[in-house]
Write a protein of this length. Structure first.
Length: 219
């Protein structure tokens, strides 16, 4: 600290010695879990995006309540087969995701590398199944309000799916090619938390897209 920035004694005008309140030198450079500020950034991010999902879901419920049928007469609900396949695979991926998170907490580099490769591969398969889902919604986004709402929900969730798979792939590449530090383990754990979000937000969307048209009273 420069002399000009040191505190002065008001009476004598002399410099007062600095008093050490505490030392942070013993604290770790990086941690996993709630003590890491990055986790709260991820949580805030999920809250913002979750509100987007909630608004889309509310729009679907409102439009369905205003019409004479959901879907409108002459429009078939989405085919169930690919939606069920996607949901089963997505829920199964959560078992692997939790295992990867445990490897990150344990700083098990070999296990984490294997888990990240596997979860990336599963994510790529999920994107492929999602593409088949989009081909079997039985409505175009431009056909009517029902079609626009269904496509909005699906595309919104797909964008989060692709984003997280891409992020997982980048982190996986880092684990194999870069010098490993504690922040790689905490980053992998944060990524697992976001995958939880992708899985959990799909369940109400699945209900709105696939099941509400079958039970609300449509064609």
């Amino acid at each position: 600290m420069s002399e000009s920035s040191q505190p002065h004694d008001q009476a004598s005008g002399k410099l007062r010695p600095l008093r050490v309140v505490g030392s942070l030198s013993s604290l770790p450079d990086n941690v996993i879990g709630a003590a890491n500020l990055n986790v709260w950034g991820v949580v805030a991010f999920m809250m913002i995006e979750g509100m987007g999902f909630a608004l889309c879901g509310a729009a679907a419920l409102y439009l369905a309540s205003q019409g004479k049928g959901w879907p409108p007469s002459g429009t078939a609900p989405p085919d169930l087969s690919f939606g069920i396949a996607f949901t089963i695979l997505l829920l199964a991926s959560e078992v692997l995701n939790r295992w990867v998170d445990r490897k990150a907490w344990a700083h098990d580099l070999a296990g984490l590398r294997l888990g990240m490769v596997l979860i990336t591969a599963v994510g790529v398969v999920l994107i492929g199944v999602r593409a088949l889902e989009l081909m079997h919604l039985n409505v175009r986004w431009s056909d009517n309000a029902y079609g626009s709402t269904i496509w909005l929900l699906m595309v919104l969730h797909t964008s989060h799916l692709i984003t997280d798979v891409a992020d997982t792939a980048v982190q996986t590449e880092w684990l194999f090619r870069k010098e490993i530090e504690d922040k790689q383990f905490s980053g992998a754990s944060d990524n697992c938390l976001y995958w939880d979000f992708v899985v959990l937000t799909w369940l109400p969307i699945w209900g709105l897209v696939y099941w509400m048209p079958r039970f609300w009273g449509g064609s």
